[in-house]
Ligand binder design. Structure first.
Ligand code: ATP
Ligand code: MG
Length: 542
């Protein structure tokens, strides 16, 4: 299936939103093309007047410099506007990628490679930016410049225009072939450099094994090879660089020489094509020098566009991935079990983890899920939280399909405590509220007091406003904070996943005491290898 072109849509909507910027770019592009054509014409006039021995008006000299200045100003304005436009596009793209990331289903997120995701956010978005700063628009400007130079040359001397029409495609092909070879050499160099750079940490990491097995000469030889590959690639790049410029310069000189020879010949037939005044001659030399630089840029612009197209297609593919199912249902207080699994079968990909599992927990009950490691206990919590949908059967919270419960309602329904604390960037208070403004300071203090960590927090340098860092609290204290986070929004159901597994006996006692406090009047489903004495309720074998 062909992906919808989200990137193109975003570019168009950004262009519409910042239409003044777009207009500015269009005007500066066209303006700089026209302005760059004028100075050689003025120069031609100056020379013609000098050759004819007439007095040179000051306005002509002033016009020459003013047009050069205008052309320079338009060029740099175009570049600046393009950079701003590129940044607007990048901003819009990165925002929508990040929004998409939060909307992806847990299933889809499971399949994402973190490295590939980073490449999408950084590398691919950058290629789209370069599409504007040095791709499509510069290509349009360069093409306009070449066509207009050819047109002006045609009006002055048809012979040269024809000669250029024949030569330019050949020079373009030569330029592309040199550019492709240079790029291949640069890529080879980059790969060799990264191999050489990685060799050092790899050697340090395995230094004991290297010494034990006497592999020092082998490692040195490998490093030597990598460095050799780097130098060979650099030599190639230098060779292409050093060949290209002289070839173009010589061609430039040859074209000028051929035109001059023809225009100096006395043959009337040749002169009809190549005849010109001294001034026109100077203007023509100027134009010939100008025609090569857009030709060289065109090659690089094609390169940029090619890599941007690949980037755009990868971004489109990412943005086309399925999002989480629509969720807007909120459980009502109808008589049903608080939590219920009915004949649930679920697996990640082909790997079936839960097979026809059924159980229920009634409101106010405190139960423990038990089972061997890998049985799927944590998976059941993920199903209850609506992160995944079962392949068959039903996962119900107060009779409502768990996956259809809206995100905003979830915190009032579930408090979920994981085996280890997941810190968010921010203050101690932020850890508890998770930036939910409906949780008041009073609720935060009440939660912290309930789990017995209020005093500890008050003794921190800035109390609840202390910025969090891993060394701020002990592992047990983090776990208490995690429980405070779970109960802050006063949820009806607590899901506890082996929350004391990493704690020593003393700390475990503190955490269990906190649990007893928060479990009163709540439905509690815990996973534990040890059966908490506070549950006292039923044990469900998975
Ligand atoms: P433990 O007691 O060790 O925590 P558990 O009963 O909680 O085990 P789960 O974490 O539910 O077990 O995992 C059950 C199975 O599902 C395991 O075989 C695991 O490899 C697999 N699994 C868990 N999470 C994923 C995932 N995100 N993607 C693919 N497979 C997964
Ligand atoms: Mg588990």
């Amino acid at each position: 299936m062909k992906d919808k072109n989200y990137v193109l849509q975003m570019i168009l909507s950004t262009a519409l939103r910042f239409h003044w910027l777009g207009l500015g770019i269009l005007l500066t592009v066209l303006g700089s093309v026209v302005a760059s054509l004028i100075p050689p014409l003025v120069l031609g006039k100056v020379i013609d007047q000098l050759a004819a021995g007439t007095a040179l008006p000051f306005s002509l000299i002033a016009a020459y410099f003013i047009w050069i200045l205008v052309s320079g100003i338009l060029d740099s304005s175009r570049e600046s506007l393009l950079i701003v436009f590129g940044q607007k596009i990048t901003h819009a793209l990165r925002s929508s990628l990040s929004e998409k990331l939060t909307h992806l289903s847990a299933d889809t997120l499971n399949e994402q490679e973190p490295g590939a995701l980073v490449a999408r956010f950084v590398g691919d978005v950058n290629t789209v930016e370069t599409l504007f700063t040095s791709g499509i628009i510069s290509m349009f400007a360069d093409a306009c410049k070449m066509i207009s130079i050819l047109f002006v040359v045609w009006t002055k001397t048809k012979g040269l225009a024809l000669l250029l029409l024949v030569l330019l495609p050949i020079i373009f092909l030569f330029t592309r072939s040199v550019q492709k070879k240079t790029l291949a050499a640069q890529l080879a160099n980059r790969a060799a450099v990264s191999r050489a750079v990685n060799h050092i940490p790899e050697s340090v990491h395995c230094i004991r094994t290297i010494h034990t097995l006497g592999k020092e000469p082998y490692m040195e030889k490998r490093y030597d090879e990598y460095i050799g590959q780097c130098y060979r690639a650099i030599e190639k790049t230098n060779f292409y660089d050093s060949v290209y410029s002289p070839v173009i310069l010589i061609l430039n000189a040859m074209i000028v020489a051929v035109v001059m020879l023809f225009s100096a010949s006395g043959n009337a037939g040749i002169l009809a094509f190549f005849g010109m005044s001294v001034g026109t001659c100077v203007a023509i030399i100027n134009y010939i020098a100008q025609v090569f630089s857009p030709l060289e840029s065109l090659g690089m612009e094609i390169q940029t566009i090619q890599s941007a197209v690949a980037g755009v297609s990868r971004i489109n593919h990412f943005l086309a991935q399925p999002e989480r199912w629509a969720a807007d249902d909120v459980p009502k207080d109808v008589p049903s079990h608080c939590v219920e699994l009915r004949n649930v079968t679920f697996g990640y990909d082909e790997n079936v983890v839960l097979k026809d599992v059924s159980f229920f927990v009634d409101t106010g009950e405190q139960v423990t899920l038990a089972g061997r490691t890998g049985a799927g206990k944590s998976t059941i919590f993920k199903l209850l939280l609506g992160l995944y949908q079962p392949q068959s059967g039903e996962v119900l919270i107060h009779g409502v399909n768990a996956a259809t419960i809206a995100d905003h309602a979830k915190r009032r329904i579930f408090g979920y405590v994981e085996q280890s604390f997941q810190m968010v960037p921010g203050t101690v208070k932020d850890q508890i509220t998770l930036f939910d403004h409906s949780i008041t300071d009073e609720m935060v203090y009440a939660a912290a007091k309930l789990v017995g960590i209020h005093e500890t927090i008050c003794h921190l340098e800035h109390g609840y406003q202390t910025e969090c860092a891993p060394a701020l609290l002990s592992q047990g204290q983090w776990q208490l904070l995690s429980i405070a986070r779970a109960v802050a929004a006063e949820p009806q159901i607590l899901l506890l996943d082996e929350i004391t597994a990493n704690l020593d006996a003393e700390t475990e006692k503190t955490v269990l005491k906190a649990l007893r406090n928060v479990s009163a009047d709540r439905t509690v489903v815990s996973i534990s290898h040890r059966i908490y004495d506070h549950t006292g309720g039923k044990i469900i074998e998975i």
